[in-house]
Ligand binder design. Structure first.
Ligand code: ZN
Length: 185
């Protein structure tokens, strides 16, 4: 359990935990397989990854980086209750969004919708996948993602935030390398 002392200077790097942002409300029972998130009644965090105690939560939603979700799918045990609602991909700005291939693998394994979030190093959401799955709505002005182009027209989902739209593969896949996030537009 974390205890925060109020008198510490704000600029000091802390172990403060980010709040996991569910794409839907009320928050379905969720397991987050990434450290640095705060637990709540509905959100359980397993920073070391999926294990038997995570399975016992019987989550409706699993949130993790795409490669971790794919590895989990590959070693899924039939005795575990499958997630029922959707998956959340926790992406990073320096690696770019999950590839179409990664999404296909997850669809084949779980048959569930995917919502991706792009997080900064403190696990705060910089961009989030559109409800209509038509790109990423941007929360931070000027944010760019590898393999994506900015689209300012109003989205069909009604969210006024501008979107980053993934370019079609293979250009998309070619830019999916760390450190090249702004290389291609
Ligand atoms: Zn939208």
């Amino acid at each position: 359990m974390q205890i925060f002392m109020r008198w510490k200077p704000a600029s000091r790097p802390t172990s403060r935990l980010a709040e996991y942002e569910s794409p839907v409300q009320p928050v379905p029972r969720t397991v987050v397989l990434e450290p640095g998130f705060a637990e709540t009644k509905r959100v359980k965090v397993f920073g070391q990854g999926w294990d038997e105690s995570a399975a016992r939560v019987r989550p409706a939603v699993i949130a993790a980086p795409a490669p971790d979700l794919i590895r989990l799918a590959e070693r899924w045990e039939s005795r575990w209750a499958r997630p029922t609602h959707f998956l959340v991909i926790l992406g990073r700005v320096d690696t770019g969004p999950a590839t179409a291939e990664e999404r296909d693998l997850l669809w084949e394994a779980f048959g569930l919708p995917v919502f991706e979030q792009v997080l900064d190093g403190s696990n705060h959401v910089l961009a989030y996948e559109c409800d209509a799955h038509d790109g990423f709505h941007v929360r931070r002005v000027g944010l760019r993602l590898s393999g994506c182009v900015l689209e300012n027209s109003l989205c069909a989902c009604g969210d006024p935030a501008p979107r980053l739209l993934p370019l079609p593969a293979p250009a998309y896949a070619l830019t999916h390398r760390a450190g090249e996030d702004f290389a291609r537009q």
